[in-house]
Ligand binder design. Structure first.
Ligand SMILES: Nc1ncnc2c1ncn2[C@@H]1O[C@H](COP(=O)(O)OP(=O)(O)O)[C@@H](O)[C@H]1O
Ligand SMILES: [Mg+2]
Length: 299
């Protein structure tokens, strides 16, 4: 059972969209029991995956914020998402108030506070095959707590220069944080090390009519070497892994319609032809996870 965070401090690259659709493919096509945990105060994953009444009721029933701010409180309800086939631990706008507290905790080395998110997620492990953690598009203490809580992370990125440059920075930040993370791990030996990089998802790959297949090949090789270098530099490289988990096309209007209908992009009522894209992405993500787990067990 594994926890995978979707992380990129750049916003709008498709973290939430890809996470929810890959979650649905894992659940519907690969038979996995999947929990989506929404740690973003913007709670887009909750909005997207929950029916409107359930989403509205979170203000009353509570979500991740309630569980983090008072560990003794009765656990928030895990809600079912019929269209995605997953359970959801919803996000709450008040999560934004917790972010500064996580920053303070990091500053003071307050391991119990930082590891609270990990405890909340660990408590759910027995009931699921896979927990997918949606993180906000920032580098704040809450995000870093998420990267401690998860076993692995996937970095979705858009196919533009700023995004590709941003991807290179992620590994520098993680390497800079690692000593502090190691300190935390020592303080709490049952805690696993930071989330390992298991691959990127190239989002909105447009194969425009004007673009030659040669050019497309150049781009594909670029993102392959970029993600492989990232895995190598983070010392997260495992044998046999392809670090481009998926190349996801630009779905244009279908993505917007999917948001509006609160259904996966590959839903029968949206764009069923997209299903293989997400099933392959799900398979590839799980294969890399398995490779990592196997290597970790052997070590
Ligand atoms: N492959 C795609 N094709 C078309 N639109 C997309 C695609 N991926 C994401 N989008 C759209 O881009 C916007 C930002 O995506 P989102 O998942 O919210 O990014 P993030 O979580 O990284 O901020 C959303 O409106 C979403 O519908
Ligand atoms: Mg998002």
């Amino acid at each position: 059972m594994q926890i995978v965070a979707f992380f990129n401090n750049k916003g709008g690259v498709g973290k939430t969209t890809l996470l929810c659709n890959i979650a649905a493919a894992c659940a519907q096509d690969l038979g996995k029991r999947v929990l989506i945990v929404d740690a973003d105060p913007q709670r887009n994953a909750s909005f997207y995956t929950l029916e409107a009444p359930a989403f509205a009721a979170v203000a009353r029933t509570g979500g991740l914020h309630r569980m983090l701010s008072n560990p003794k409180a009765p656990p928030a309800t895990l809600l079912g998402s019929a269209h995605f086939g997953c359970h959801v631990l919803p996000g709450e706008p008040a999560m934004a108030d917790l972010a500064p507290q996580f920053d303070v905790a990091w500053g003071g080395g307050d391991a119990p506070y930082i590891l609270n998110l990990k405890s909340v997620l660990d408590a759910q492990r027995p009931d699921y095959d896979l927990i997918l953690l949606d993180l906000p598009p920032t580098l704040n203490g809450l995000t870093r707590a998420g990267l401690i809580a998860a076993d692995a992370f996937v970095a979705p990125f858009d196919m533009d220069m700023f995004s590709l440059e941003g991807l290179k920075l992620i590994k520098d930040w993680i390497r800079r944080w690692e000593p502090a993370w190691r300190g935390l791990t020592e303080a709490s030996p049952e805690s696993s090390a930071r989330a390992r990089f298991i691959g990127g998802v190239a989002n909105r790959m447009t194969r425009d009519s004007g673009e030659s297949s040669e050019q497309y090949g150049v781009i594909t090789r670029q993102i392959d070497s970029l993600t492989t270098a990232m895995a190598r530099d983070l010392a997260d490289r495992v044998r046999g892994a392809d670090y481009v988990i998926a190349e996801v096309p630009n779905f244009g209007e279908a993505a917007a319609l999917a948001n509006r209908l609160r259904r996966p992009i590959f839903d029968a009522r949206v764009h069923p032809a997209a299903r293989p894209v997400f099933v392959r992405a799900a398979e590839q993500m799980l294969a890399n996870l398995e490779r990592f787990a196997t290597q970790a067990r052997a070590a």
